[in-house]
Design a protein around this ligand. Structure first.
Ligand SMILES: [Zn+2]
Length: 394
C-alpha cells in the first residue's frame, strides 16, 4: 500500500501506538473521510485497536465523526475525518523582499493570508519585526475562532542549521547565524519549525500538491537560484548538517562560468532566471525582457525562446540525471517560476536524462510541474507543522 509510514526497527509498544496513530491521521489526511472498518482494513489492524486510537484522537479533537449517506447498504454510515476545530497552523514564507503568511485550521482549510513587501536593504530585525506583527494578527484570528495554535512553520530562502536552530546563511538577504527558532519559541510559546524554502516546498507538494501520493521524489525550486528538496519514504532528506539538496551547485561544466558560490560551471550558471533573460537579450537585442515574458513567447512559438529553453532543459537534465542515479525518485517536480516553462523544458530534460542516468532508473520516471506554483513554500510551511503533529516521533 502506498503512503505507509515506515515504523522504526525494534519498535516497542509506545512507539507502536504512536505509529498506529500516525497511520490513522495520515490515511485521513490523504483520503478525506474514511469509516472505521475501512481504516482497519487499510492499515491492517483490528477494529478494536482502531476504535481505541480513534477514541483518543476524537478526545484530542484531532478527528471527528461525520454522517454519510454513502453507505453501501444504503444506510447512513459514520465516517471519520480530520477535525478542522482540532487547532490552527501558521505558515510563513520569508523571501528576498517579501513576507507571506497563511493561517489554516487542522483540516487544513485556509482562514487568512497576507503578504507584505520589504526592501532588501532593511536589516533582519526589520523583517523579523514585521513577521511578528503578522503572526500576532494570525494568532488573534485563531483565538477568536477558538482554534488553539499548534505551531508556526517558516520557509526561508537560506540554509538552516537544524542542530543549532539557526538560519545559518541566507545569501540573498545577507543574514548569518540568526537564532530565530529560540527567539520565537520563547515569544510565541508554540513549536517553531524552520526550513529551507526548497525543502519546505517539497513537503508542501507532498501534502497538498503534485506529489500527494508519492513517497520518493525530488522537488526543484527554480528561479534565480536552483534549489532541491528530496523526499525519501515520505520524509524530508536533510543530510548530516541539514543542507542536502543543493542541486543548483552541482558542477556540470568544470570550465564553465563562475557561479555566485565562487566555483565554476554549477547548474545555476546554465539554468537560472538571470541566465535565460541575458541569453534572450543577447540573441534578440531586446531590452526589458523578463523570464515570464520569455516563457509566454516560447509557449506562443517564438523560436529563440524555444531554443533557449531546450538548452536550459538539457542542462537541467544533466543535474536531474545524477540525482536520479543517486536517489531513484519516482518523480521529479519542477517548481517556482521556471516550473511555468515545464512544456518548453521537458524535451531537453528528457533527452539529457536519458544520457546522464541509467535506463533502469529513468524508464518510469515522471517529470511534472508543481501544483501549487508560487504558493509552494507557503503551503510547505503549513505542512511543516502538520507533519510533526501527524507523525509525532515518526
Ligand atoms: Zn555554485
Amino acid at each position: 500500500m502506498e503512503n505507509r509510514i515506515t515504523p522504526p526497527l525494534g519498535a516497542d509498544q509506545t512507539i507502536a501506538r504512536k505509529y498506529n496513530r500516525a497511520q490513522i491521521l495520515n490515511r485521513l489526511r490523504l483520503q478525506g473521510a474514511v469509516s472505521r472498518a475501512d481504516l482497519a482494513k487499510q492499515i491492517g489492524l483490528t477494529r478494536s485497536t482502531i476504535s481505541r486510537i480513534v477514541d483518543g484522537l476524537i478526545a484530542e479533537k484531532l478527528v471527528h465523526e461525520t454522517t454519510s449517506s454513502q453507505n453501501e447498504r444504503g444506510r447512513p454510515g459514520i465516517l471519520l475525518s480530520l477535525n478542522p476545530k482540532g487547532g490552527s497552523a501558521i505558515g510563513l514564507e520569508i523571501g528576498v523582499n517579501f513576507i507571506s503568511i497563511l493561517l489554516t485550521d487542522f483540516s487544513p482549510t485556509p482562514i487568512w493570508r497576507d503578504r507584505v513587501y520589504l526592501y532588501q536593504e532593511q536589516n533582519w530585525e526589520a523583517y523579523i519585526n514585521k513577521a511578528e506583527q503578522l503572526i500576532n494578527t494570525a494568532r488573534q484570528i485563531a483565538e477568536d475562532k477558538e482554534l488553539p495554535l499548534m505551531g508556526i512553520g517558516v520557509a526561508i530562502w537560506g540554509m538552516i542549521n537544524h542542530t543549532k536552530g539557526l538560519i545559518q546563511f541566507a545569501p540573498n538577504l545577507q543574514w548569518r547565524n540568526i537564532p530565530l527558532e529560540s527567539k520565537w519559541t520563547e515569544l510565541f510559546n508554540v513549536p517553531i519549525y524552520i526550513e529551507n524554502d526548497a525543502n519546505a516546498s517539497a513537503l508542501g507538494e507532498y501534502y497538498f500538491g503534485a506529489a500527494k501520493n508519492v513517497e520518493d521524489f525530488v522537488y526543484l525550486s527554480m528561479d534565480i537560484g536552483i534549489g532541491g528538496g528530496i523526499i525519501s519514504k515520505g520524509r524530508l532528506f536533510r543530510g548530516a548538517s541539514g543542507f542536502a539538496g543543493e542541486i543548483g551547485h552541482m558542477v556540470i561544466d568544470p570550465n564553465g562560468e563562475t557561479c555566485s558560490c565562487g566555483r565554476r560551471g554549477c547548474l545555476e550558471t546554465k539554468a537560472g532566471r538571470r541566465v535565460i533573460v541575458q541569453r534572450y537579450r543577447d540573441l534578440t537585442q531586446e531590452e526589458n525582457m523578463t523570464l515570464e515574458k520569455i516563457i509566454q513567447r516560447g509557449l506562443e512559438g517564438d523560436t529563440v525562446a524555444k531554443m533557449i529553453f531546450s538548452e536550459v532543459g538539457e542542462s537541467l537534465g544533466m543535474g536531474i540525471g545524477t540525482i536520479v542515479n543517486l536517489f531513484n525518485p519516482k518523480c521529479v517536480i519542477l517548481g517556482w517560476s521556471l516550473g511555468q516553462a515545464y512544456e518548453l523544458l521537458l524535451p531537453g530534460i528528457t533527452r539529457s536524462i536519458e544520457k546522464s542516468s541509467l535506463a533502469e532508473l529513468n524508464q518510469n520516471l515522471i517529470i511534472k510541474p508543481s501544483l501549487n506554483g508560487s504558493d509552494d513554500a507557503l503551503l510547505g510551511s503549513i505542512a511543516l507543522v502538520l507533519d510533526e503533529i501527524i507523525r509525532e516521533s515518526f
